[in-house]
Design a protein around this ligand. Structure first.
Ligand SMILES: Cc1ncc(COP(=O)(O)O)c(C=O)c1O
Length: 438
């Protein structure tokens, strides 16, 4: 349900409870006003504005105006004195049901998207995955891998979970391990943010930081060497192995992909960042099976060898690998975009200038998606990408001018040269209705 206090414009997502299969409609809930029902297909844009007397008007996807709608409701009557129209759907009208959890991994957001049109001038929606207790998309992989290991009888109360992570999976596993009562050792390298390390330790995890690269396989290889040594030394260790564990991609097949298709049924292109390729493969497999009309594009960083490019130093954790990802199945990918890190940090700053503080890899996927759409898509193509985490953990790196200057020189700094268009620069183009349904 959309709630608007202010003049509002946005994409309509429909939760199952509100969706009527015969005629998809969404109730638009205006602050202080009774519900108004407008027939719109999910994924389209509506605009709400307020008249001087407090009444609201709503412009639907066809550009037609509904309203003015009644003013504030008092005793079941609007300020205009007329009986207030009742919503056509049953269920709670003002307040969503409470979300009461007994473990942190039970909570996740499935229906939050940012409309990137004002920032990249493309019809790009970004699925936000960092709004959970672990702060990132990796909660899904962590919870699924621990659940699968428990179901397979691999974990007992004295087990020690061990895993290699650039940070986010480590935090998520530290959180899930704390909740489930397991010891956890995270093997990371010196690209891991100090705050991320401290977070894991706060959950009771042990963090081993590797700083000397394996001469052939690099820092990731050195992490895996260290992990194997730990496993050889202690028979109670259980390596979940996010690189090869099918539960990693399985979590995205089961949740991320169907929630994208449900929220944005007109999707034509899905662009996903590639680290272990869990997110990419889970989504790609689901879309190839259920929506083969959707093109799937992988986004990787310069310096990663995942798609055959030459290895070079990378400074932002999350995307890219120093070896071919074991989970990668190229047959499910239609195209690949490679993004230099300098574009990543510039896009992160552009997003922050609009009030969206995302993690480094979101800058990469938004920059890569915008570039791919500009080159390969027709104007108005509906595209979706995924924001893996939020930006607070990157204040000392991606969002620190000195750090950017050190790694990318003056080209990494947007603030001196870049100006975004004014946020209220006229009404947006009304998007075309979705071309296909889930
Ligand atoms: C910030 C961030 N972005 C992207 C990814 C990539 O996700 P995946 O490993 O599913 O490819 C990760 C993985 O750790 C991450 O931490």
């Amino acid at each position: 349900m959309l709630c608007a206090r202010q003049p509002f414009e946005g994409v309509v997502g429909v939760t199952t409870a509100e969706q009527d299969d015969a005629a998809p409609t969404t109730r638009i809930q205006l602050h202080g006003l009774d519900a108004a029902t407008v027939a719109v297909a999910p994924g389209t844009t509506v605009r709400v504005s307020y008249l001087d007397d407090g009444r609201a008007t709503l412009v639907g996807p066809d550009g037609r105006r509904t309203g003015p709608m009644p003013g504030p409701v008092r005793d079941g009557r609007s300020s205009a004195g007329s009986p207030v129209p009742r919503p056509t759907h049953p269920g709670p009208r003002h307040v969503p049901p409470p979300n009461i959890v007994s473990s942190p991994q039970q909570f996740n957001t499935h229906d939050l998207f940012v409309d990137m049109r004002p920032i990249v001038d493309q019809k790009l929606f970004c699925k936000v995955e960092g709004m959970n207790f672990a702060g990132s998309v990796k909660l899904k992989a962590a919870a699924a891998m621990v659940e699968a290991a428990e179901a397979a009888g691999q974990l007992n109360p004295w087990s020690i979970i061990v895993e290699s992570s650039s940070g986010n999976l480590g935090v998520a596993l530290a959180m899930v391990s704390a909740n489930r009562g397991y010891r956890f050792i995270c093997v990371t390298d010196d690209r891991c943010n100090p705050q991320t390390r401290r977070l894991m330790e706060t959950y009771g995890a042990e963090v081993h930081v590797v700083s000397v690269p394996n001469p052939v396989t690099g820092l990731l290889g050195a992490r895996l060497d260290h992990l194997r040594a730990l496993c050889e030394r202690d028979p109670d260790t259980v390596w979940l192995n996010q690189y090869e564990n099918p539960a990693n991609a399985g979590a995205h097949y089961a949740t991320t992909a169907p929630s994208i298709a449900r929220a944005i049924p007109g999707i034509e292109v899905l662009l996903v960042g590639a680290g272990t390729c869990g997110t990419l493969m889970g989504n790609a497999r689901w879309f190839k099976q259920h929506r083969p009309d959707v093109r799937v594009v992988a986004i990787d960083v310069e310096g990663s060898v995942s798609f055959g490019g030459p290895a070079s130093p990378r400074h932002i954790p999350g995307l890219g690998m120093g070896m071919t990802p074991p989970a990668l199945d190229r047959s499910l990918i239609d195209d690949v975009v490679i993004v230099p890190e300098v574009e990543t940090v510039r896009m992160c700053q552009r997003l922050a200038m609009r009030g969206f503080l995302f993690g480094g890899s979101t800058g990469t996927v938004v920059a890569g998606a915008a570039r791919w759409l500009a080159r390969h898509a027709h104007p108005g193509t509906t595209a979706v990408t995924i924001a893996p985490d939020q930006g607070e953990r990157y204040l000392d790196t991606v969002y620190a001018p000195e750090w950017r200057e050190q790694h990318y020189g003056p080209a990494g700094d947007l603030s001196r040269s870049h100006r975004l268009p004014a946020p209220t620069a006229g009404p947006p183009a009304v998007p075309t209705p979705p071309t296909s349904e889930e």
